[in-house]
Design a protein around this ligand. Structure first.
Ligand code: ADP
Ligand code: FBP
Length: 300
């Protein structure tokens, strides 16, 4: 079975403006709510591609209830832990001339709830996939993911980690099956600007040296670079199209890659399905449907 864990789910409130004027009243042209947070987005796109999975994580308050209900209505399997206080965050994504994001802090997660998650994860079996995606609330230590991997090490579980900074770096010695930094995240991890293709390649190779098995660097409209554990190195451009809303494109790419690899065991195909899922999500209003992804895949 595939499990995603979202420590910090979110209702993504997306507003479209002609342009964002600081210090003024800005009136939206259009608005939408997406049921998000990185792991939840991965779960949704896996589900859209027909890959059974369970979304785990922490929810709180009325926003948490709305999120859970929305996911259930979409047919997802969920098994969330409820926090006694606080609210699942609302992340604001402003689409003006530029894209501006305000991501909330999220509710505090206590020791009791962390133990409840540990309990669920202890039941994972050999062959299962565990996807740890997104930030953790500030009050939690930045080795939260490492602690999970250390506990589950040597049990035949494959890990996917999509996070930034120390949260990601500390998991590399546990040999995650896949990590998917974007260009900025890769630069931040390595502490240097990666100006051209050679520098990106060296940066991705460094993360493989540090322990990651497959490194997929997502480059938004420029596509992606994959360094795989079979020694392959593939640069794949993204298809062209009209971007409507790219929130969740990276998560869709993770889901597409995993679905593609599970279907074929072929890294080239996994990268193509990941690209189709990411770009189809950028070209549609919410997360892409299975049909939108497969239609785009045929054009790659
Ligand atoms: N403007 C775009 N045009 C075409 N494809 C895009 C665009 N933005 C994102 N994508 C697709 O989604 C993938 C992930 O996007 P990216 O922005 O790099 O990830 P993240 O959301 O994690 O920062 C890209 O590799 C690409 O396939
Ligand atoms: O665009 P991406 O990288 O796929 O992720 C989008 C998701 O990540 C978020 O921005 C949250 O990110 P963090 O967990 O890192 O704060 C969500 O609001 C959104 O659903």
């Amino acid at each position: 079975m595939i499990y995603t864990v979202t420590f910090n789910p979110a209702l993504d409130y997306v507003v479209w403006l002609d342009s964002l004027l600081p210090g003024r009243i800005n009136r939206a042209r259009r608005e939408a709510v997406q049921y998000g947070g990185k792991g939840i987005n991965v779960s949704t796109v896996l589900h859209n591609l027909g890959v059974d999975n369970v979304a785990l994580g922490f929810l709180a308050g009325f926003t948490g209830r709305a999120l859970e209900e929305g996911l259930r209505e979409a047919g997802l399997r969920t098994d969330f832990i409820w926090l006694p206080q606080g609210l699942t965050r609302i992340n604001v994504k402003v689409k003006g001339r530029d894209e501006t994001e305000i991501n909330g802090q999220g509710p505090a997660i206590g020791r009791r709830e962390l133990l409840a998650l540990q309990d669920k994860l202890d039941r994972l079996a050999s062959g299962d996939f565990l996807i740890l995606s997104g930030s953790v609330p500030d009050a939690l230590s930045q080795d939260a993911y490492e602690q999970i991997l250390a506990r589950l090490e040597d049990r035949g579980i494959q890990f996917v980690v999509d996070a930034a900074g120390p949260l990601l770096r500390s998991t590399l010695p546990y040999h995650p099956f896949l990590i998917k930094p974007n260009r900025l995240e890769l630069e931040e991890l390595l502490g240097e600007r990666l100006e051209d293709g050679d520098a990106l390649h060296r940066g991705a190779a460094r993360l493989r040296e540090l322990g990651a098995r497959n490194v997929l660097v997502s480059l938004a409209e420029k596509g992606s670079l994959l360094l795989d554990e079979a020694g392959g190195c593939r640069q794949l451009p993204a298809p062209r199209g009209t971007v409507r809303n790219s929130v969740g494109a990276g998560d869709a790419m993770v889901a597409g890659f995993l679905a593609g690899w599970l279907e074929s065991g072929d890294y080239g195909y996994a990268q193509r399905l990941g690209t189709a899922a990411g770009s189809a999500t950028a070209f549609t209003d919410g997360l892409a449907t299975g049909k939108e992804i497969l239609d785009l895949l045929r054009q790659l």
